[in-house]
Ligand binder design. Structure first.
Ligand code: ATP
Ligand code: MG
Length: 205
């Protein structure tokens, strides 16, 4: 009989993925003995308007590049491939169908955790996954507003990095080395992402 596995789920826009995301996932994996962490880049995020977000395919590929070297990290296309705005409750339903015998742990930073009750069908999410709230510099990590037992808070090494800051740096010609994995630095340059607000060329040839 197969043992129940413990699967972490790291959702995000990943525009671009940075070391804050990777450390959060790695620490959650350590603390909860996760067998795998599935990174799930959003499709069109419902809080962010269209045009403000890089093409899903570019964000998906940066996430693949960033996680490729870790045998426990994988990337899922469930949100990228689903039409319409991305809601985490749909992400979790899709992953529960893919991992029907396993336990899901949804990993989220302090800023996202603060707002989680405003998410679409929030209470259903707590039935599908256990939530892991991780510290993030500049935000208070609290769970008083959440159902008892639904969330565990953990402290992770403080990484004062945001995707917004990475995008601004690239636009200003400043380096993002050491903030994002090397392969992501190279992918951003190759695709001309985040420069002068210009939209990069389409991916298909
Ligand atoms: P943006 O500035 O575009 O909002 P971001 O850096 O916040 O980007 P997201 O893709 O929005 O990155 O975040 C995905 C998840 O990762 C969220 O749960 C967020 O709280 C968490 N997260 C992002 N950066 C960090 C960090 N530096 N430390 C801990 N958690 C983080
Ligand atoms: Mg964010």
């Amino acid at each position: 009989m197969d043992l129940m596995r413990r699967i972490g789920v790291m959702g995000g826009t990943f525009d671009p993925i940075h070391h804050g995301h990777l450390v959060a996932a790695s620490e959650a994996a350590l603390r909860f003995s996760l067998d795998e962490v599935v990174f799930v880049p959003t499709g069109q995020p419902w809080q962010k308007s269209k045009g403000d977000v890089t093409a899903a395919e570019d964000r998906y590929l940066m996430t693949v590049v960033a996680t490729a070297s870790n045998p426990r990290f994988t990337v899922s296309r469930v949100d990228v491939d689903r039409d319409g705005p991305t809601y985490t409750v749909d992400t979790l339903r899709d992953l529960a169908a893919i991992f029907p015998d396993d336990e899901l742990y949804f990993i989220t930073g302090a800023d996202a955790l603060e707002q989680i009750l405003s998410w679409h069908r929030a209470h259903e999410m707590f039935d599908i996954a256990h939530f892991v709230g991780v510290t993030r510099p500049g935000f208070d990590l609290v769970s008083d507003h959440l159902p008892r037992g639904a969330v565990t808070l953990i402290e992770v090494p403080a990484m004062a990095i945001s995707s917004t800051d990475c995008r601004t740096r690239v636009e200003k010609g400043e380096p993002v080395w050491y903030l994002v994995p090397d392969g992501v630095v190279q992918y951003i340059a190759k695709r001309g992402l985040y420069r002068n607000g210009a939209s990069p060329s389409r991916l298909e040839h």
